[in-house]
Design a protein around this ligand. Sequence first.
Ligand code: PMP
Length: 413
Amino acid sequence: PFRYDASMAMFDRALAVIPSGVPGHLGPTEGCFVPQSAYPRFSDRAEGTRFWDLDGNCYIDYMCGYGPNVLGYRDPDVDAAVAAQAAKEDVVSLPSSIMVEFAELLVDTVASADWAFFAKNGGDTTTLAIMTARAATMRKKIVFVKGFYHGVSPWTQKLDYPGVLEEDVANNLYVPFNDLAALRKLLSENSGEIAALIAQPYMHGNFVDNELPADGYWQAVRALCDQYGVVLIVDDVRAGFRLDMAGSDHYFGFQADLICFCKALANGYNVSALCGRDSLKSTVSSLTYTGSYWMSAVPFAAGIATITKLAEIDAPARFAQLGTELTTGLVQAAADNGFHLVTSGAPALFYLRLADDDSLMLHQEWIAECVQRGVYFSSHHNHFMNAAMTRADITETVEIAHEAFAVLRSRHG
Ligand code: PMP
């Protein structure tokens, strides 16, 4: 198994000058990375499907930077577009016209997009979507689907989280996913007061099997939103362009009013986009909403190259195919050693759970053995496929997974 001496020494330095050392979702205290001792703390370089940590250990990376790595790290076509744009300009006193080209490409690519508004992070776009819905409807309340994640703005958090005011979440209503009866009840009880329903296209929560929409669910939600004048916001920050180039609402056969993109938009260059229907365009224009780097040109060049290439190679089909081959291989590797591995969610964003132990400790043990042999899995978060992955990566991953199961079997009998 790998050693992480250099990583841990750097983490001690980080703890002295950065709150929690590595803050946020890449940090070891977030819970997805358990057991913490199995994980390195810092990456040193990355290429294609892999990254190397500070101690020189190499990993086939199924977290893909938590999504942005969609074509493979340092994709040559994206990086060439970036270098060409960087040689011209990036952040200037006027936007570069490449912003318009990127918006045109998104409007052509995404089924529910009549326009695109650019920002930096996924949370910028979910917040903009909520403000847009409230401004358009002159209503306050927002429906959330339980198990959601829409970023870290106070309106997305819970009342018992530090720093969150009662007022921040006072207008939040919650329904379970795939539960139309509960949604119908909520909408009728709050008729005329609900601005928006915001939801991920399917539930990719942490610590739980991921859940796809039931047949007809989204079509019924769409009809209910129309009936009650509720803006339907799809948060496609995580799944966007991995299921369908035209948007995950298109994939599930319905149309969002507003759709949020970020992670897979520019292969790691920092840009996000809110797209939407014509009927909400003038509302977005009326809002006060901008940021220092939101019109930076280099990420737009990266975005154009990324979306163009993803479409050219039909990346979503490739993710589905290789993701299915991988999860099938992992389930078989488990079965060969007497274990029962459950996979859930879309294969492009597969979630794993070892079902032989409800405490999930055995699952964590298996993940730890994989990570320390060079397969970067997370214990309780969905994974991500990228387009650089080959059958050889899948074969190597399944071999390592097999070895990790064999270790568990010899340890526990
Ligand atoms: N929505 C979803 C579904 C996400 O997965 C994320 C990021 N994990 C966000 C919103 C927030 O995006 P960001 O962290 O870029 O603000």
